[in-house]
Design a protein around this ligand. Sequence first.
Ligand SMILES: [Fe+2]
Length: 380
Amino acid sequence: MSGTTTNTVTVSAPDVLQITPLENAPFGARIILPAYAQDPADLNEDDFQRLYKAVHEYLVVVLPDLAELKPSSQYQLTKRFDPTCEGAYGHSKEFRHEKSVLRRDGHSTPAQPQVQILGQGRHDGHAGVPDLLLRHPTHMSFHHDPLSDDDMANGYTRFYRWHIDSALYGLAPPVVTTLLGIDCPVDKSQKIRYEDTGEEITTAKATTAFASGAIAFDNLSDEDKEFALNTTVVYAPHPYIFISPAKATSDGLTMVSEGKELPLDELPEWEQSKVKRLPLVWTNPVSGKHHMQVHGCCIWKLETPNGTLELEEARNTIHRLMRPNISPDRIYCHDWNQGDLVIFFNRGVWHSVTGQFEEGGHRLMHQCNIASAVDPVCKK
Ligand SMILES: [Fe+2]
């Protein structure tokens, strides 16, 4: 029987996978692996089904003490959540395009290219990568009106970009993302100010924030629910390149419309058949709940019951629908402990990076998601 020691108390691992809802959070659960599976890739089918159901019902689950998880195990576990996936990373090669807003986010592990290395600082030699310099995404280069140096010196940060992990062109959105905290120093707290309401939250530095698409849908007015259920989101071709000259709103929900997007004829080659048209509401295949799921920064058009909304109006409409759902009482901020493996239902939550690191700051994480073969659907 294996066990972990917490202070003087030895806690024995259970015989079957255990699920405990998070306290003081609107959603989320903590998972303890069964004794026989110190590597979650080794779960038997019954326990994997418990985990699968928990991810779909609690939306974000945390498995502690897995800092040594191998990239191959992380990949196998991630892939197991979606029998349709063929094994490629959730983004295509345009991920690294010189103009893509994602180009600096992460570095593939050579032995398991679907697993990305994320973080901050120098980690030369990690996973066999020489000269590995990581850069934590920062709102300073992405938001239209970034915080002042004074605000940042006083501990303020922003939600960088609320999003779903997906290429949103050609490929279908991954079912889950797994995120492993290997080296996550918790040295300071940070504050996020909601500029429209003046509310503030305090979290650990560089927390990962999550919002539930199901809570978002449930809190829409009856009229907006009807609208959402009958609306299709059209994403721009190569959306992360399309938006690259534009800047985001200060809440990270969408882009400011100033006509700065790259003209369609200046994008890398694209074809209409790969443009993503996805329902605004995706039905959870386990709970049957409706989740409002949209990447507000990458939208191009909305096809609504009342006609098509073009870029600016589409962004304004989506911002109005999304904004209440990132309020302090609706979100879960995961404050990282070394070894946390977070699995989130990418088709049921939105998430955002926060924080910025000082010179010399360091953090190391592994992330994996795999493009699905099938798009999410809305079952009305
Ligand atoms: Fe992400």
